[in-house]
Design a protein around this ligand. Structure first.
Ligand SMILES: NC(=O)c1ccc[n+]([C@@H]2O[C@H](COP(=O)([O-])OP(=O)(O)OC[C@H]3O[C@@H](n4cnc5c(N)ncnc54)[C@H](O)[C@@H]3O)[C@@H](O)[C@H]2O)c1
Length: 335
């Protein structure tokens, strides 16, 4: 069994991983400052689910981070604490930088000083590839497709940091890889597409699947309920159900050749088979709940990608992981 420190462990991904870790008998330690609305709820769920240690502390503060890492000396750090919304990063770029870049650098420095045998896994984002506007797109009735990358985007895509969120996630992502090169830190970067599932506490800025599911449920109660979307609804993302995310993180723990993974970045998503546009999601929800959704379109969000679908070949080859849940199954589980 392993000692696992989860930063942001009361958030959506972290609390799901923590619950599974407790079930599997791992020693779970959480560091979270509870700044995300809804993290308190996850904290209470976890408290009723098993014994674990936690620190209500802030990754932006070097003393907090050093204190925790020196005391815990984890085998693994799942570094999930972050400023998670593109929209919020535009309102407050400084906090976005401090949380995502400084917070990550604090952890890497603390590893170097107090826990050099820890393996750290960082939840980066497909936003490190920018808006991909230099590529060519085809438009069908319900979705965009990319002419040059019809089956998905691999890690070969050029990095192109845009928006404060893209810059901060991208900088942290690169620091992880560089600390492996320069200081032999065992670091792995996951460039995640959309993840969804239980305990997400979704809102309009973060957790779009959960938020649109909520809108559909509200429409079921009040048929005149309406909402707005940014763009034309044909934008496509590959979506990954949280059970597959959990499976991925625990696959790393049981994998014997971690050296081979360290220093690598991986695109992680549901892949082409689990890709969906907003219009296709709405169609699915209308059929499932027998409702007619009322929505208005407004301007595109700046830097929004028309399509992002992960090509999971690299992680599949090195770790033998691939998603197993379909979006139909996953979305039904949160309806
Ligand atoms: N959910 C997705 O679809 C998605 C997609 C790409 C990348 N990611 C990344 O995955 C990670 C986890 O995402 P999530 O959806 O679970 O987010 P979340 O907002 O649900 O959880 C993040 C947690 O981090 C905590 N936190 C924030 N700032 C902190 C700080 N300075 N110190 C300590 N704790 C702090 C919050 O209180 C929250 O509990 C994030 O880094 C996010 O950028 C998520």
């Amino acid at each position: 069994m392993s000692r696992i420190l989860i930063t942001g462990g009361f958030g959506f991904v972290g609390s799901n991983i923590a619950l599974k870790g407790l079930q599997l008998g791992h020693e779970i330690v959480i560091m979270d400052n509870l700044c995300r609305a809804g993290s308190e709820l996850n904290f209470n769920i976890l408290k009723n689910s098993g014994e674990f240690k936690y620190y209500i502390k802030d990754t932006r503060l070097m003393n907090d981070v050093k204190y925790v890492i020196k005391e815990v000396k984890p085998d693994f750090i799942f570094h999930l604490a972050g400023q998670v919304a593109m929209t919020t990063s535009i309102i407050d770029p400084l906090n976005d930088f401090q949380t995502n870049v400084l917070g990550t650098l604090n952890i890497l420095e603390a590893i170097r000083e107090y826990s050099p045998y820890s393996t750290i896994i960082y939840s980066s984002s497909n936003k490190v590839y920018g808006d991909l506007e230099y590529l060519t797109y085809k438009e069908s009735q319900t979705r965009y497709s990319c002419v040059e990358h019809p089956n998905g985007f691999s890690e070969e895509l050029k990095l192109d940091f845009q928006s404060p969120y893209g810059c901060s996630k991208g900088a942290a992502d690169q620091y992880l890889l560089d600390y492996h090169r320069m200081f032999d830190v065992q670091s792995i970067v996951f460039r995640h597409s959309t993840m969804y599932g239980g305990m997400q506490n979704a809102n309009e800025d973060q957790g779009w699947i959960g938020w649109f599911v909520d809108q559909a449920k509200k429409t079921k109660i009040t048929s005149s309920h309406s909402f707005t979307i940014s763009g034309d609804g044909k934008q496509v993302r590959d979506v990954l159900y949280v059970d597959d995310v959990i499976d991925l993180y625990f696959s790393i723990i049981s994998f014997s050749d971690k050296e081979n993974l360290s220093g690598n970045a991986f695109n992680i998503g549901g892949g082409f088979d689990q890709s969906i546009s907003l219009l296709e999601l709405f169609n699915f929800l209308e059929n499932e709940l027998d409702v007619k959704l009322n929505f208005r379109k407004k301007d595109w969000r700046k830097n929004d990608q028309k399509i992002f679908v992960s090509d999971n070949v690299k992680i599949e080859r090195l770790l033998n992981w691939k998603p197993t849940n379909t979006f139909e199954q996953g979305i039904r589980s949160i309806l």
